[in-house]
Design a binder for this molecule. Structure first.
Ligand code: FEO
Length: 161
């Protein structure tokens, strides 16, 4: 596999791990506030990100490349409010979409059809990821400081599969 593509794939593998770490940190943030539905939602999200990282891992191995794991920086966990945390969730997903699209451009530049086809799953997944994050952000904005509504949303988020 082309060196630039391999490097970009490894970078994205590590980015997915970083996102898993970020969402696990959000889960802990909500657990500390006894919002166990929010926490559950982000534990599921963290597992999804690990799954994404593993897709990159397996693809790199399948193409005969070497997997490289970087240091994962500690996420902040210093959100000032529920909305502040959820906004970071949304921003992280928008940034991730940009990275995936950039990866597609790199694959195209080198005419690597296999990598382009592999990335198609992630293009579709990011549509879903951004939709979920933006819907959650909209709900959190809507309910503001209404405690009853926050607890109702917390119960709904506990149902995430
Ligand atoms: Fe791996 Fe949330 O994108």
């Amino acid at each position: 596999m082309n060196e630039e593509i391999l490097k970009a794939l490894n970078k994205q593998l590590n980015q997915e791990l970083q996102n898993a770490y970020l969402y696990l940190s959000m889960a802990a943030f909500f657990d500390e506030r006894s919002l166990t539905g929010f926490s559950h939602y982000f534990k599921v999200q963290a597992k999804e990100e690990l799954g994404h990282a593993m897709k990159f891992y397996e693809y790199i191995v399948d193409r005969g490349g070497a997997v490289e794991l970087y240091d994962v920086p500690a996420p902040s966990k210093k959100w000032s409010s529920i909305m502040d945390a959820i906004r970071e969730f949304y921003d992280a997903e928008v940034s991730n979409t940009k990275r995936i699209w950039e990866l597609v451009n790199i694959a195209r530049k080198h005419e690597d059809k296999a990598t382009e086809a592999f990335l198609q799953w992630f293009i579709n997944e990011q549509v879903e990821e951004e939709k979920n994050a933006s819907e959650l952000l909209a709900k959190v904005k809507l309910i503001g400081d209404n405690v009853a509504a926050i607890l109702t949303l917390d119960r709904a988020l506990a149902e995430r599969k």
